[in-house]
Design a protein around this ligand. Structure first.
Ligand code: PLP
Length: 366
């Protein structure tokens, strides 16, 4: 069986280092916002090339708290509109709504699956104040064009980089340092994944960073002094220590993913399979390798028969979910087409060459 993602095998590479980190953690006697978090925040800010990193509880919280911080700073107001790609994972939308803002669903580009810049402009109204760019499946969005539009229309640019740790833009900057603030998830299956939940915000804005440090910790400015209606959303110290171990290997892991993706792109030759458009190697870290097929059910039973585990990211677009039923009348044909045809192939930093050979052979026989 070719697993979609073998998390045990991914983390087994670090068992000894994790044991040491756990001993250090235990011995520290300081289990919330201790040295593990401070160290990881410094390392991850430096990795992304950003001035600040603030560890939080989850990727969802990272996005939500960025927006809540902008509201607390008076740079956004409740009810403001935020542009967001319609084909993103539900968390991007939940964050906007839970911060008291209004999502405006924008159609993606059918080839890259990222927000279509031409569609962005058409959706800007007098109420639009921000764009939540999602680097979906690990590929950076067209940031130069988006930034230009944002500057022209005075919009904040927030990156949902939950799937794109370590992706490098054409000018050398990395995800998390391409907008006003970047949100990351360290959910175990991510390119940089913890052994539990975790998230972080990166930014070069000192005021935003200070507000995030307060909001993640009950709105506290100093012990038992509460300036804001805050939350409890802190990156767990033991997870931060594990993440420090894995961060050192992130670039190598991403390179392995890119190598597999390169093989899929050049060796899968089947007119029934539509391969993704990858504009530039370094800007795609292939959190997922997503193809499109017209007869998805048939494709999935074929791969299953050949012992290949396939997943769908994502079967139902957010605007068609029951939880968002008041958006269900929207007309988003490109989004629908993507959700009806996408399938994700196995890809991971521990996938072996012969497993890739096998997947390619099976796909070419479909
Ligand atoms: C694009 C995107 N945004 C946000 C999130 C939310 O992250 P988390 O699961 O850590 O809350 C995820 C992943 O789960 C994601 O894929």
């Amino acid at each position: 069986m070719i697993k979609f993602l073998d998390l045990h095998k991914i983390n087994a590479r670090y068992h000894d280092a994790f044991q040491l980190k756990f001993q250090e953690f235990l011995n520290s006697g300081h289990y919330i916002l201790g040295q593990g978090v401070t160290n990881f925040e410094t390392e991850f800010a430096s990795f992304c090339g950003a001035k600040h990193c603030i560890g939080v509880g989850t990727g969802l919280d990272a996005i939500t708290l960025i927006f809540k911080s902008y509201i607390a700073l008076g740079r956004l107001n409740e009810g403001d509109e935020v542009l967001v790609p319609a084909n993103t994972f539900i968390a991007s939308i939940l964050a906007i709504i839970q911060a008291g803002l209004k999502p405006v669903f924008v159609e993606p580009d059918i080839q890259t699956y990222n927000i279509a810049v031409s569609e962005l402009e058409q959706n800007i109204s007098s109420k639009t104040k921000a764009v939540l760019v999602v680097h979906l499946y690990g590929q950076l969005a067209d940031m130069n064009a988006i930034q230009k539009l944002a500057t022209k229309n005075n919009l904040l640019v927030v990156e949902d980089a939950a799937q794109a740790h370590g992706a490098v833009y054409s000018d050398g900057r990395k995800s998390g340092n391409l907008g006003d603030a970047g949100a990351f998830s360290f959910y175990p299956s991510k390119n940089l994944g913890a052994l539990g939940d975790g998230g972080a915000v990166t930014t070069n804005d000192a005021d935003l960073a200070e507000m995030l440090m307060k909001l993640r910790n009950y709105g506290t400015s100093s012990k038992y002094v509460n300036d804001y209606l805050g939350y409890n959303s802190r990156l767990d110290d033991i997870q931060a220590r594990f993440l420090s171990v894995k961060l050192a290997h992130l670039d190598a892991d991403n390179a392995h993913r890119q190598k597999i993706a390169n093989r899929y792109l050049s060796e899968v030759k089947n007119p029934k399979i539509i391969l993704p458009l990858c504009a530039d190697w370094k800007s795609h870290v292939f959190h997922l390798f997503v193809i499109r097929v017209d007869h998805r059910e048939r494709f999935i039973s074929f791969t299953k028969k050949h012992n290949i585990e396939i997943l769908i990211h994502y079967p139902i677009p957010p605007y068609k979910q029951k939880a968002l039923s008041h958006y269900s009348a929207l007309q988003l044909p490109v989004t629908d087409r993507i959700h009806n045809t996408v399938v994700s192939l196995p890809i991971s930093p521990v996938m072996e060459d012969q497993e890739v050979d096998y997947v390619i052979n099976v796909l070419n026989g479909f």
